[in-house]
Design a binder for this molecule. Structure first.
Ligand code: SF4
Length: 237
C-alpha cells in the first residue's frame, strides 16, 4: 500500500506477538497492538497503559511516539504478514479513547488484509458503534463492581447497534464469590446483545466456585465456558 499524508497520530504502549489468553479465541496466535491510555480506573488493574515517548516492536526495534496510523500499519506489514497470524488484536488500556487514530489504523490494516480483533472495556459504546463496523471480532467485557470497582451499564449495552452485535463475544472476569443479583444483570445484558453464551475467567484462575456459577447460567439457558487465563498459566504477555 503506498504511503500518503495522514493526520491521525496515536500513542502505542507496545506491539508484540503472542497467544490470545482469554475468551472465545484463546490459543490464537495474534499480533497485539496495545494502545496507551485508559480512564476507567478498575481496581487491581495490572495493565501498563501509560504514555511514553517510544514503544517496543516484538523486541526487535524501538519506535517513537506519537506515530501515524499509516506508518504503524506499514511497519506492521513489513514485520508480519496477515496469513501468518490469526488476527491483529487491538487492545489497551482502552483503545476506543484514541478513536480517530484507531479508525485510521484499522482502515490501513484492513487494506493490508489483516483480520481485526478489538478488545474493549465496554464503557464507550458510542465510540464502539462508530468503530464496530470496521472490525471483524469484538471482545467485550462485562465488568462487575465487585471485581473491578466499576460496573457495566445495561442502558449502555442496550445502545449497541444491531449490525455489530454479531461480531461481539462477551467475556467476564470474576473474583471467587458470586451474587445472583449480578447474575440476573449478566443474563439481561446478554439478552440485549442476543447472546446465549459467554466466556468466564477468574482473577486467580481458581476453580473452586465455578461449578455453582456455571450451573446458574446453564439453568438459565446460557452456555458459559470457563477458560483459565492461558497467558497467566504460560507466564507470557
Ligand atoms: S479497562 Fe482494562 S486497562 Fe483500563 S483500568 Fe480497567 S483493567 Fe485496566
Amino acid at each position: 500500500m503506498p504511503l500518503q499524508n495522514t493526520s491521525s497520530e496515536g500513542f502505542i504502549k507496545e506491539v508484540f506477538t503472542s497467544i490470545q489468553g482469554e475468551g472465545k479465541y484463546v490459543g490464537a496466535l495474534q499480533l497485539f497492538v496495545r494502545l496507551s491510555g485508559c480512564s476507567i480506573g478498575c481496581k487491581g488493574c495490572d495493565t501498563d497503559y501509560s504514555f511514553s515517548d517510544s514503544f517496543d516492536l516484538d523486541g526487535i526495534s524501538v519506535l517513537s511516539n506519537p506515530i501515524t496510523a499509516e506508518k504503524l500499519s506499514y511497519i506492521i506489514y513489513d514485520h508480519i504478514k496477515p496469513n501468518s497470524i490469526h488476527s491483529i488484536s487491538i487492545t489497551g488500556g482502552e483503545p476506543l479513547l484514541q478513536k480517530d487514530f484507531l479508525k485510521e489504523l484499522i482502515f490501513y490494516l484492513k487494506g493490508y488484509g489483516y483480520r481485526i480483533f478489538l478488545e474493549t472495556s465496554g464503557f464507550f459504546i458510542d465510540r464502539l458503534n462508530e468503530v464496530g463496523d470496521m472490525v471483524d471480532i469484538i471482545s467485550l467485557d462485562f465488568k462487575l463492581g465487585e471485581s473491578f470497582g466499576v460496573e457495566f451499564s445495561l442502558d449502555e449495552i442496550g445502545k449497541i447497534k444491531d449490525e455489530i452485535k454479531d461480531k461481539i463475544y462477551v467475556k467476564i472476569v470474576l473474583k471467587d464469590s458470586f451474587d445472583f443479583v449480578v447474575g440476573r444483570k449478566i443474563l439481561d445484558g446478554l439478552a440485549l446483545l442476543g447472546k446465549t453464551e459467554f466466556y468466564l475467567h477468574f482473577f486467580d484462575n481458581c476453580i473452586k466456585t465455578n461449578k455453582i456459577i456455571m450451573n446458574y447460567f446453564y439453568s438459565n439457558g446460557v452456555d458459559v465456558f470457563y477458560v483459565p487465563q492461558l497467558h497467566k498459566l504460560l507466564e507470557i504477555k
